[in-house]
Design a protein around this ligand. Structure first.
Ligand code: NFS
Ligand code: SF4
Length: 680
């Protein structure tokens, strides 16, 4: 493969095994090499990241630049320092990430409005209980009112939040009291995300805000408008329209593609279209149409967060995470890849030209040159979904040779905060008490949220799975969203029994008693708001302090690549969590030195910790991430006055102990089961 694709050439091409730990991915990377086509993996090999831009030392905000800071102490033409440039680049990324999540939330609110008014073909309000619960939070009358009326009021309230000019958005009221007070003192109470994003862009226009710490303060406010606003709204409405997830059995990896069926992959983020494609694929008329084309039917699967949305609600299999979008096409078995918004590589179209696969764009906001465009409109969703499926079925006859890797794993996704609450206490006494108790006793050492993307500059899936495996051994309960959840599903951690022998003794007891896997799949990336809700409910439950920053919990995005990940990291830090991000470090470049560190990086770390109790750090080495995670959790346990973590106290009960007892000779077994007196 040529080394001249632009950028700075790297010396070495990685082998498939160096590029990914996933055997299915390795197989397809070998196919790509045989065919002589490029993928994100090989392009990452031939183009090293720009050493100036990647560390936050490049500014292209005006026509006097771009200004490249190549030496310590340099400034741009306008005199802007490296700190200012880093903070400006960072807030712009946060603004873009917030905009992406929240515009998705806005579209969900418009869909809810259309459904409430009977104008959205094919949709129903599937979770009336959640609709009533959410509406009641804001004082919307719910008694003696039909769901459509309540939904209409909620849709109006939610649509208004995006443009809220002054005062807090209503959703932010769901944060712990102490946190809200803190945000007020710091002047970061989020207004509507539209306002915060516009202000972020205004402040970073040439010649505006030029004090790094002041810029970062607004990055916090912008991200909070996403996490406690636009994203939270997206999750609420997805649950109301499509059902609040509860555990079910699913599958993940490229092995879910079928030889004898029409394979349709939905890829992107919004559940509005994909849910309708699910409905259309089950329509007898469509199945008949697929059979008439010589196939056994329609096989639907997902990639990226759209995969998570339909996996956790309908059990539709996930073909893979972000880096598997091209690999799926390389199987030669995909009749159509239907995309909506976000994380869709332009490279798909050029790659698909080597196969029969049709790339179908559907969002009015997203077109890709060379792709087929069938525009989605929630008012005629079912009809459009059927038209898309017909395109795919008509394409089945054009299939050439097929190479589907024989790898897939089962998983149990669907752990919404509502379900976690229910599963711990049962339907009569639903509560977070057992989780808090397990943490307080030390059975569960703490909680880690392992989330976010995969990135071809890091061995695919490797950091996600390494961190998960190690933290589970250390009795840390792991919750996951986004592409990380799919990475670990492929390793078998998201299935109760498969992962359970690889977890520490205390956590294992909890998993066996409650009947849960040690890794809880909580949904897509906008569903990171479910984690905020869980943390808030743990605080409300009592015993773990009175704000989120006191809970022994950490968030990690070890293979991040998307600007959305920076928004998530920022709102989690400002909510009190310790967040670590691996891979690329946009604040590494040499700015002003403070203590042993650099101004911007130091402010996001100890500066934010002082203010918000949470912090954001970029950490390259996964072993260091593990060390810092355990250190932080133990520090928080000590601050709460909880017993120090001691695994030797646990593992003597539950299924593990029962199996041990069953293996004993009769008399010893009797003694173990009924005490000394029974045996004597
Ligand atoms: Ni999250 Fe989901 Fe994946 Fe990263 Fe992209 S799909 S919204 S951004 S790559 S986790
Ligand atoms: Fe250069 Fe300043 Fe313009 Fe940025 S804003 S490109 S640093 S002159």
């Amino acid at each position: 493969m040529a080394d001249d694709e632009g950028g700075i050439p790297r010396k070495k091409r990685r082998t498939p095994a160096e590029a990914s730990i996933d055997p299915a991915a390795q197989e397809m990377l070998a196919v790509a090499d045989q065919l002589g086509v490029t993928t994100a993996f090989s392009r990452a090999d031939t183009m090293a990241p720009c050493p100036i831009g990647s560390v936050g030392m490049c500014c292209d905000l005006c026509g006097m630049g771009p200004c490249r800071m190549t030496k310590d102490g340099m400034t741009g033409i306008c005199g802007a320092t490296v700190d200012t440039i880093q903070a400006r680049n960072f807030i712009r990324a946060v603004a873009a990430g917030s905009a992406a999540h929240s515009d998705h939330g806005r579209d969900m609110a418009f869909t809810l409005k259309a459904v409430a008014n009977g104008e959205a073909e094919g949709y129903v309000i599937r979770d009336i209980a959640k609709l009533r619960n959410v509406a009641a939070l804001y004082g919307i009358p719910i008694e003696d009112r039909p769901p459509q009326e309540i939904a209409n009021d909620l849709a109006d309230l939610y649509i208004a939040q995006f443009g809220q000019q002054r005062g807090s958005i209503v959703t932010a009221a769901r944060a712990p009291e102490k946190r809200k007070k803190l945000w007020k003192e710091q002047g970061v109470v989020p207004r509507g995300v539209d306002r915060e994003v516009v202000e972020a862009l205004h402040r970073t226009h040439m010649g505006d805000d030029q004090e790094a710490i002041h810029i970062l303060q607004h990055a916090v406010r912008t991200a909070l408008a996403d996490g406690w606003g636009g994203s939270m709204i997206a999750t609420d409405i997805s649950d109301i329209l499509f059902g609040t997830p509860a555990p079910l059995l699913g599958e993940a990896n490229l092995g879910v593609l079928k030889h004898d069926m029409v394979n349709v992959i939905v890829h992107g983020h919004e559940p509005t279209l994909s849910q309708m494609v699910v409905a259309a694929s089950q329509d007898p008329e469509m199945i008949e149409y697929a059979r008439a084309a010589g196939s056994q039917g329609i096989n639907l699967s997902g990639i990226c967060c759209t995969a998570n949305e339909i996996l956790m609600r309908q059990g539709i299999p996930a073909a893979g995470n972000f880096l598997q979008q091209e690999l799926a096409i390389l199987t030669g078995s995909v009749e159509a890849m239907v995309v909506d918004v976000q994380c869709i590589m332009q490279g798909l179209v050029a790659l698909a030209e080597n196969f029969h696969t049709k790339i179908i764009t559907t969002s009015p906001k997203v077109r890709i040159k060379g792709a087929t465009h069938i525009e989605f409109d929630e008012h005629h969703a079912l009809t459009i979904a059927k038209n898309i499926l017909k395109e795919a079925i008509d394409n089945y006859a054009n299939r050439g040779s097929v190479n589907i890797p024989d790898y897939k794993n089962s998983l149990i996704p669907g752990f919404s905060h509502e379900y976690i609450n229910y599963m711990l206490g049962g339907s009569y006494r639903a509560s977070f008490r057992p989780l808090n108790d397990a943490i307080m006793s030390g059975r569960i050492r703490g909680v880690a949220a392992i989330v976010g993307c995969t990135n071809p500059r890091i061995q695919h899936d490797a950091y996600h799975t390494t961190l998960t495996a190690e933290l589970l051994k250390q009795d840390v309960l792991v919750v996951e969203t986004g592409c990380s959840a799919i990475a670990n599903a492929k390793l078998g951690f998201l299935l109760g029994d498969a992962g359970i022998d690889r977890v520490g003794p205390g956590l294992r007891e909890v998993c066996e008693t409650v009947g849960i896997p040690p890794v809880l799949h909580m949904g897509s990336c906008v569903d990171n708001t479910r984690i905020l809700t869980v943390l808030t409910q743990m605080v409300d439950e009592g015993g773990l302090g009175d704000d989120i920053d006191e809970v022994p919990a950490v968030g990690i995005a070890p293979e991040w690549m998307s600007e959305k990940a920076l928004s998530i990291a920022t709102y989690c830090a400002a909510s009190g969590a310790y967040v670590m991000m691996g891979g690329s470090n946009p604040v590494k470049g040499k700015g002003e030195k403070v203590a042993d560190s650099l101004l911007v990086a130091e402010h996001m770390s100890s500066g934010w910790e002082e203010i918000y109790g949470g912090k954001l750090e970029f950490v390259e080495d996964p072993r260091e991430m593990i060390r810092r995670t355990l250190d932080h959790i133990d520090k928080k346990r000590a601050a709460l006055g909880l017993p120090a973590y001691d695994p030797s106290r646990f593992g003597k009960s539950g299924d593990a102990r029962l199996r041990e007892i069953e293996a004993l000779p009769f008399e010893e077994r009797q003694a173990a089961l009924y005490g000394q007196s029974a045996a004597s």
